[in-house]
Design a protein around this ligand. Structure first.
Ligand code: CA
Length: 228
């Protein structure tokens, strides 16, 4: 999942980034409200973790603008501002959940899991392509009943392809899905990830087809036919 963290306190941001990356999420971090607003216009995020007390543009305004243009990403507000009125105000602006600083990282992680689960159950709870099954928020994959062991990058690749099943995914789209800003993925790195994913899917009846000049397609391979 791709997550935007808007937080100007470096020590809190470091802790949250480390925790989210440990759970195999791609995290973009911004430290002011203007950048958060710009990032939300530019990219589709699966979750926004939003501090309210941000320089340049308050977190409340970031949230108001996001909802104002119909952005549906779940929003977890983390703030030092406490009190019932504040909670109600923030939830009314369109936040999905609210955590008051200081908080335990374990609680933060549980709230994130809950929001991503909820998002997934509103959409596609489990993706199936042939014998391949994917639990997106849980980062798990199976071939039939056998768990499929994947690295974070391989899972991200499979997720990007599977959520666009029946459509060709370009190399640029794959790189965008796999990268956060401070983590580069080279063309070569993408080729290696695709090669490894193909090997793990070998014999499963589901494969990654190259569409020359356009990109890649995740699809069922007919049992009778040969495959590249
Ligand atoms: Ca702050």
């Amino acid at each position: 999942m791709r997550i935007l963290l808007a937080e100007d306190d470096p020590s809190i941001a470091d802790g949250i980034c480390a925790s989210l990356r440990h759970s195999n999420h791609a995290v973009d971090h911004v430290a002011n409200g203007q950048l958060a607003d710009a990032a939300l216009r530019e990219h589709d995020y699966d979750l926004l973790v939003l501090d309210l007390g941000l320089p340049q543009l308050d977190g409340s305004d970031v949230l108001r603008r996001l909802r104002g243009r119909g952005g549906h990403a779940p929003v977890l507000v983390v703030t030092a501002r406490d009190g019932l009125d504040e909670r109600i105000r923030v939830l009314d602006l369109g936040a999905d959940d609210f955590l008051v600083k200081p908080f335990a990282l374990a609680e933060f992680e549980a709230r994130v899991r809950a929001l991503l689960r909820r998002r997934s159950s509103q959409g596609v709870p489990e993706l199936r392509i042939g014998r391949l099954r994917l639990d997106l928020p849980g980062h798990r994959a199976w071939l039939g009943d056998e768990p499929l062991e994947l690295t974070a990058r391989e899972f991200g690749l499979l997720e990007a392809l599977a959520t666009r099943a029946d459509r060709v995914t370009s190399r640029a789209q794959l790189i965008e899905a796999l990268c956060s800003w401070d983590e580069e993925l080279t063309d070569n790195g993408l080729d290696i990830a695709i090669h490894r994913l193909r090997r793990k899917l070998e014999g499963s009846g589901t494969g990654v087809r190259t569409i020359r000049g356009l990109g890649y397609l995740l699809e069922e391979i007919p049992a009778s036919g040969g495959h590249a």
